[in-house]
Design a protein. Structure first.
Length: 236
């Protein structure tokens, strides 16, 4: 079945960075890729940084903190005055199960496994970063289903929103609607686990969203992007 979401090659994103900074070597800071499940691939990390560079993002919101590796990636590759806000569940609200009995090929149990790591270890990548990097990151512990961007004063404030929280249809829809609330008119919204073989409801929801929003998948990754305002002109 043909997808309503067109795909571009990663190099098309990297080319935009080259065009924006033609006389510079654009460097990025990466940690060693985690061996555990749930984090971005190196290519995905590089593309996320490229999108941060293209937008010159200073206000970034992440839904789904997990181990803090992506929040650290963002903080390491944005200006010193950038603010990285990352949202995840209150640890006390996360139930514990025998991890050895969780089927990581099952979407719900996979999410449960990741939640348990967050409960027991927290955003350890951020916690062990330098004071300068830690000062850029705001950790919010709240269920995204009850999180209110209006009450937080976040409506229309974010240059980039990265959606990588719960992967069931209801949660993806909720997080996406709030991502669009928080995004500036000129902004980029990014989803992870698009085309995942486990978290298939992400693709189902984004296919539905593509009826009203122009979405673009990035080949060889599980990233899907919505370019808004002036950034939409990049791929017209």
């Amino acid at each position: 079945m043909d997808s309503p979401i067109p795909s571009i090659r990663p190099r098309q994103i990297f080319k935009l960075v080259e065009d924006k900074f033609p006389d510079q070597n654009v460097e990025i800071t990466l940690t060693m890729p985690p061996s555990a499940i749930g984090s971005l691939l190196t290519l995905e990390s590089s593309l996320l940084v490229a999108l941060l560079k293209i937008t010159e993002a200073k206000n970034i919101f992440e839904i789904g903190t997990y181990n803090g590796n992506t929040a650290l990636l963002i903080a390491n590759n944005t200006p010193a005055d950038a603010v990285v806000t990352t949202l995840d569940l209150p640890p006390e609200d996360i139930e514990m199960h025998d991890a050895s009995k969780l089927d990581l090929a099952d979407a719900d149990q996979n999410d449960q496994f990741l939640r348990q790591i967050f409960k027991t270890q927290g955003a350890f990548y951020v916690n062990r970063a330098s004071p300068a990097i830690r000062s850029k990151v705001r950790l919010l512990n709240e269920n995204s289903l009850t999180f209110d961007p209006v009450a937080r004063g976040l409506v229309g404030t974010q240059d980039v929103v990265f959606v990588d929280g719960g992967h069931d249809y209801e949660t993806i829809k909720n997080d996406t609607l709030k991502a669009f609330q928080m995004a500036k008119p000129d902004s980029v919204i990014i989803w992870h686990d698009y085309l995942s073989k486990i978290h298939t409801e992400v693709e189902v929801y984004l296919r539905d969203l593509a009826v009203e929003k122009k979405l673009i998948g990035i080949g060889s990754t599980m990233l899907c992007v919505c370019f808004q305002g002036k950034y939409a002109e990049l791929f017209e």
